[in-house]
Design a protein around this ligand. Structure first.
Ligand code: SAM
Length: 241
């Protein structure tokens, strides 16, 4: 089993933007997401992007006027973010998001942790501890936004093979193996090069969290307003202090 960093650096970083239809498409989708929810800097203007990846959230937030700290374990994905950030006010930190408080000295207006990043933490306890730390770091009316796939239900048999994305040169397939509290996610990337097709494969674990469990944890961490919606199996959480 790979660590999260090994999995991203070794297999997913090369195909991450491609998997989402390209860098520009990922940025546009997230810009729409923040605009639809009226996300704008009104207090400290400091935003934290936990598990920032290649910057699909950091770049829209910086364009909206936030000063962004983008934290991720994956060097290759952060280099991609930096290559696309230009002069935007984004500071990148290659490190563990659970230690975000080592890197932020001001109070924070907005924390985002999106596209399954929260499922990459090692345990439910680690998620609950993170929520408590985020609540403590936020401005009085600060906001936390999470998005993640609800893996609490279980696929069976061949339904566990998911054709994620393909074109004439690359095929990304995912296989899910369910445990009681986690899913082992196997990512298989076939690439067509000069010597024919080659395969890179790696697996790592994701937590099986439901929207209801996350809702209860956030209330327990002191968030006064927690809005949880689910669409197409993806949970969106907007929590305010
Ligand atoms: C599914 S990607 C999401 C990236 C980005 N938020 C997006 O929406 O495209 C998950 C990211 O979280 C990062 N990550 C996972 N666990 C982490 C941790 N403990 N500390 C820092 N980064 C982490 C991974 O390296 C990866 O870039």
């Amino acid at each position: 089993m790979a660590t999260v960093k090994e999995h991203y650096d070794g297999v997913l970083a090369d195909v991450y933007s491609w998997m989402f239809g390209g860098f520009a498409s990922g940025v546009t989708r997230n810009t729409d997401f923040f605009n639809t929810r009226g996300i704008r800097p009104v207090q400290s203007g400091v935003a934290l992007d936990l598990g920032a990846g290649c910057g699909f959230q950091s770049i829209p937030l910086a364009r909206l006027g936030f000063k962004v700290t983008a934290i991720d374990l994956s060097g290759p994905l952060l280099r991609e973010l930096e290559g696309n950030a230009g002069s935007l006010p984004i500071e990148t930190v290659e490190g563990d998001l659970t230690c975000f408080d080592d890197h932020v000295k001001e109070t924070v207006e907005l924390v985002v942790c999106m596209t399954d990043t929260v499922l990459h933490l090692p345990s439910r306890e680690a998620v609950a501890v993170l929520f408590g730390k985020v609540a403590a770091a936020l401005d009085d009316a600060g906001t936390l936004i999470l998005t993640f796939r609800d893996l609490s239900g279980e696929l069976t048999g061949v339904d566990r093979f998911i054709p994620v994305k393909s074109d004439e040169d690359t095929i990304l397939t995912c296989f899910l193996e369910y445990g009681a509290e986690t899913v082992t996610v196997h990512d298989l990337v076939h690439t067509n090069g000069q010597g024919g097709w080659t395969l890179k494969a790696s697996c790592y674990e994701k937590l099986r969290l439901s929207g209801a469990w996350v809702h209860a944890q956030l209330e327990g961490a002191g968030f006064g307003s927690v809005d949880v919606t689910e669409e197409g199996g993806v949970v969106t959480v907007v929590a305010r202090k």
